[in-house]
Design a protein around this ligand. Sequence first.
Ligand SMILES: [Mg+2]
Length: 130
Amino acid sequence: MQNRNSVILVVDDNATNLKLVLKLLKFEGYQIVTATDAEEAQAVVQRSSPDLILMDIALPGMDGLTLTRKLKGDKKTAHIVVVGLSASAMKGDDQKAFSAGCDGYITKPINTRELQSQVAEFLEHAPNAK
Ligand SMILES: [Mg+2]
């Protein structure tokens, strides 16, 4: 299973949400790295070359969609699978996420029974899946 060695970057400015996602994915054996804003996320991408990013869209400062556009526009990072995360109440956010280059979209609140399989599914379709 390729997911055992996959590196996942979780970007979220909400500590509770970050903790929940970490707890859910930790048991899957992924290597998890985190960031709480877009600037930190860029540094972590350089350092850890994640296979997948769970990208909160609403971030202080640079938002998650702007960062996604940057990553997808750079050939060094364009292969990283980016999954946008946003509150389901934000209508139209899914379309905005896809047009910014997100490969997938998950609505918040996180479905704690679905997240692991959603992430596994996205990783399976990663262009450089090991
Ligand atoms: Mg947020």
